[in-house]
Design a protein around this ligand. Structure first.
Ligand code: SF4
Length: 347
């Protein structure tokens, strides 16, 4: 389409939001903002970006940080592996690139946790390289304007969109172009109720003329959701609470949580109390089950957690090698999944 990038970047010039990461095209700041925005909406992301860059203003300060401090700043964003990867990648930059952010696409993509999209965004915005960044916004915009029905999560679809995006990019100012198309997807061509009436592409948009806006982009929906059953124990002795650290390759790795008994299916409280994991820790005569919450559903991208909190008051202290006893006022010092902080805040 003739002048595609001109229409787009003119729209951007008039409509772009003032965002803190747009004040500075430094690769480190672009990287931090891009990773945060993969996790959350812009309005929430601003606070995280400002806190993160205040605490870790340079690659070096991030590389030297304690992992717990990085996770703590990330708390509430989810996908904690992204924060751990950034921490690791900052150390990679110090060791392998003398502390200078690498300035080619290939080197950027080799940083831990940096995929094709992020590498393209950093390479174009910070270094002016002609790399088209394709995120969910871009898939939506291109599929609608060009009426593409190939599923965006298929190999063929990814190739088709990549080829089109590479043809459309403004090679003179690729960073501005990438920011423009993503902003256009976020503000104008939104998933629901896009602003077609005021859209500069309304005369060319195939989805609009075919009345197919809500059908595009197409996804093959192959993602299988895994159901998991979490029984969290809020164990109290006087003013102390127990926590444990999540280990192994699983969600929320290295974060802290209330002691967990995971079951294969939904179990009654009586069944739970009979489980070895419970019986080997607690003497039924030395505890009071104070309350049991209703089931809470917590959705992750590929998992549906069925969660219940069981509040237990200990009449006598107990010991468990895996658990950490902490004063209830000190809970805020630990990086915790949002699910747990929400529960603790409501208590
Ligand atoms: S006309 Fe509507 S669907 Fe088409 S690009 Fe514009 S906002 Fe998106």
């Amino acid at each position: 389409m003739a002048k595609f990038h001109k229409i787009l970047t003119d729209w951007y010039q008039e409509n772009k939001r003032d965002l803190p990461w747009r004040e500075n095209k430094d690769a480190y700041f672009v990287w931090v903002s891009e990773i945060i925005l993969q996790q959350t909406r812009v309005d929430q992301g601003i606070g995280y970006f400002l806190r993160f860059t205040k605490q870790f203003p340079t690659i070096k300060s991030l590389a030297l940080a304690q992992e717990n401090d990085v996770l703590k700043i990330w708390q509430g964003l989810g996908y904690y592996s992204r924060a751990r990867n950034m921490h690791f990648a900052a150390q990679q930059i110090i060791l392998e690139h003398n502390g200078k952010f690498p300035n080619t696409y290939d080197k950027i993509e080799k940083l831990k946790g940096v995929g094709n999209y992020t590498a393209s965004a950093i390479a174009s915005i910070a270094f002016g390289l002609p790399c088209a960044a394709i995120d969910g916004n871009v898939y939506r915009v291109l599929s609608r304007i060009f009426g593409i029905k190939t599923p965006i999560d298929s190999t063929t679809g990814k190739k088709e969109f990549r080829e089109l995006a590479d043809q459309l990019i403004d090679t003179h100012n690729p960073g501005n172009y990438n920011e423009a198309i993503m902003e256009f997807g976020a503000l104008q061509c939104t998933p629901k109720n896009p602003g077609c009436n005021s859209c500069p592409f309304k005369n060319q948009c195939i989805a609009l003329s075919n009345n197919e806006i809500n059908e595009l982009p197409v996804k093959s929906n192959k993602i299988k959701i895994r159901h998991r059953y979490f029984n969290y124990l809020y164990i109290k002795h006087k003013e102390d609470i127990f926590l444990e650290k999540r280990e192994g390759k699983d969600i929320w790795q290295n974060l802290f949580q209330l002691p967990l008994i995971e079951s294969e299916k939904s179990v009654s409280i009586e069944e739970l109390l009979q489980q070895n994991q419970f019986r080997s820790t607690f003497d039924p005569n030395q505890i009071v089950i104070h309350s049991i919450s209703n089931e809470i559903i917590h959705l992750l991208s590929h998992q549906k957690l069925h969660v219940r909190f069981i509040e237990i008051v200990l009449l006598k202290p107990i010991k468990n090698q895996k658990w950490i006893m902490t004063h209830e006022n000190a809970l805020a010092e630990y990086p915790l999944p949002k699910l747990i902080t929400n529960y603790l805040m409501d208590k």
